[in-house]
Design a protein around this ligand. Structure first.
Ligand SMILES: N[C@@H](CCC(=O)N[C@@H](CS)C(=O)NCC(=O)O)C(=O)O
Length: 250
């Protein structure tokens, strides 16, 4: 199978959503960290397309937008762990959960990552660890990125009428807990699109104090571990150093 290249930001919830889909479907990929300041690593995209991550490149195809990418993966590799249930009601539910991830959960997460200065600095460290932009660009991304995202996060809280990031996250987790009910996964016994989108998105805050609020909810914590186990079991083994060198990749 031709390996996929994923252009990403390490702390982008939409990119994590795609990584969860790739893992569950067992599709190998390599990551290219994009410099958020100039995005020069991004491949050429059709005119008038926003220069945003995630973007995937495979077999000469370039696909942008996490929802479109997961749809592309589902149609291109339909037999590899299908993520869309056949039952129409289940399908509607799992697609509704994915829309909620895109429209609500993904907006709340940056507020818990960058809302406090201590966490914004932690975020800068994660970016520095996962990127290879050179010393100067790294400093710019670490300092500038945290500052910009701190302002963005304040704007999100205000625009969404939230009182504070923790309460906003808690309100979103309430919704997910209700959809999950007592089932193993969003649509019952099998991981589907809604699980992938939510798990991926939450992985984004795994290194931050706010993640404790996720794991303090027993039903969500158990679900998180279950989906993680599926991802770990299905994810293809990392290529050995010689294989990686032969493929010319990082
Ligand atoms: N709807 C898109 C949203 C992608 C998106 O907003 N990506 C952000 C990072 S989290 C981005 O690339 N921002 C850069 C910019 O707007 O310049 C998706 O689902 O992929």
């Amino acid at each position: 199978m031709e390996p996929i290249t994923l252009y990403q930001f390490e702390l982008c919830p939409y990119c994590h959503k795609v990584k969860a889909g790739l893992d569950v479907k067992g599709i190998p990929y390599r990551k290219v960290e994009v410099n958020p300041m100039n995005k020069k690593e991004l491949p050429e995209l059709p005119e008038a397309t926003p220069r945003k991550v995630p973007v995937i490149e495979v077999n000469g195809d370039r696909v942008q937008d996490s929802t479109d990418i997961l749809t592309y993966l589902e149609t291109t590799y339909p037999t590899r762990f299908p993520l869309l249930p056949e039952d129409p009601a289940a399908r509607e539910k799992t697609e509704m959960v994915e829309r909620w991830v895109d429209d609500d959960l993904s907006y709340v997460l940056p507020t818990v990552i960058y809302g406090k200065w201590g966490d914004a600095i932690r975020a800068a460290k994660v970016v520095a660890r996962t990127s290879n932009f050179g010393f100067l660009q790294n400093m710019v991304v670490r300092g500038g990125g945290s500052l910009i995202m701190h302002q963005v996060s304040k704007r999100i809280v205000k625009k969404r009428g939230g009182s504070n990031p923790e309460q906003m996250l808690s309100a979103e987790l309430d919704k997910f807990e209700q959809w999950l009910g007592d089932a193993d996964y969003v649509c019952g016994e099998q991981v589907t699109l809604g699980d992938v989108a939510t798990h991926g998105c939450l992985t984004c805050i795994q290194e931050f104090p706010a993640f404790a609020a996720v794991m303090q909810r027993p039903r969500i914590a158990a679900w998180f571990e279950r989906v993680q186990a599926v991802r770990d079991a299905n994810r293809p083994a990392a290529p050995t150093a010689p294989e990686q060198a032969a493929a010319g990749g990082a």
